[in-house]
Design a protein around this ligand. Sequence first.
Ligand code: 9Z3
Length: 328
Amino acid sequence: MGAAVETPSMPEECRVIDPDTYFDHNRPPANLQWAHDAVAAFVGRQGSSRPIVLVTSGGTTVPLENNTVRFVDNFSAGTRGSASAEQFLELGYAVLFLYREQSLQPFSRQYSQRSECIFDYLRPDGHGGVSVKAEYTAKMLDGLTKYEKYKPQLLQVAFTTLSDYLFLLREITLILAPTGARTMLYLAAAVSDFFIPSHSMAEHKIQSGAGALTLRMNQVPKFLRPLVKNWAPSCFVVSFKLETDPELLAPKAKHALEKYGHHVVVANLLNTRKWQVWLVTRGQDPCLLQISQEQLLQGHDIEQDIVAELARRHREYTSAGALANASA
Ligand code: 9Z3
């Protein structure tokens, strides 16, 4: 896949466009107005002191045709995002969960793994009804109880394509901006770096008669820059960096921090992401968070540790902001 980079000799359609141009040339998702109203009402219900977090989760798709039959997908099951959302709720946050349709969701994630079917957890109760199998009852009751308890503090908004995601991300962060330092943006979604602009895309299903298919994809504009600088400049922003080459991870995470000027990059490698991450902050050595294989087997999610540490840093950030305001 050839990514286009900006050079003077490149044709117009291959240049890296700025984020505003992206929004001018791509279609907003059908749920944008609904999301705007729902998020504004949700934020309005949270009072003025409850911390808020926007958790993004799952991978974006990049369609190859306007009437989409085929698309390129980004890796992410949604485990990181859904497990983190649960932890934030337990710590008292109101959670906006911007997630890829059909990826894992908070509290139900244990029951939607690909290898299992909902019927595997159930049995006929002998009286014409259905009940949960004895071996799953305690865990399911615990999940259901938490789900019922935290439902008022959780709002879920779904995306599928890269374009859906970017429109929704902008809309939601603009609504959150006035809440300032008490809001954290926790950007765990796996977002494509390449896309095909709507106007260059085949309108209908690409036909196979012409033989091999060559794709030319443009580079997605860097949305973290306007997000940090303009959309929500006072919020506490955490981005995620995913690599497969260990040599690249630390330099790329540091580079992202310097380039966008946000607060934390959570750096992880594809193959070790479930037990090892680094929290990278400007001016400090990366902080390794790690859990043992034994903890993992016992059901301890590394997201408990990630979220606990980030919530601690977020509290410091909020208090520092409050102190600065008080002495101004
Ligand atoms: C991540 O790195 C997430 O931790 C994972 C979680 C996607 C690996 P799962 O959902 O996986 O638990 O299966 N997300 C960041 C992905 C990303 O696209 N980051 C961009 C990049 O690495 C920067 S915003 O360049």
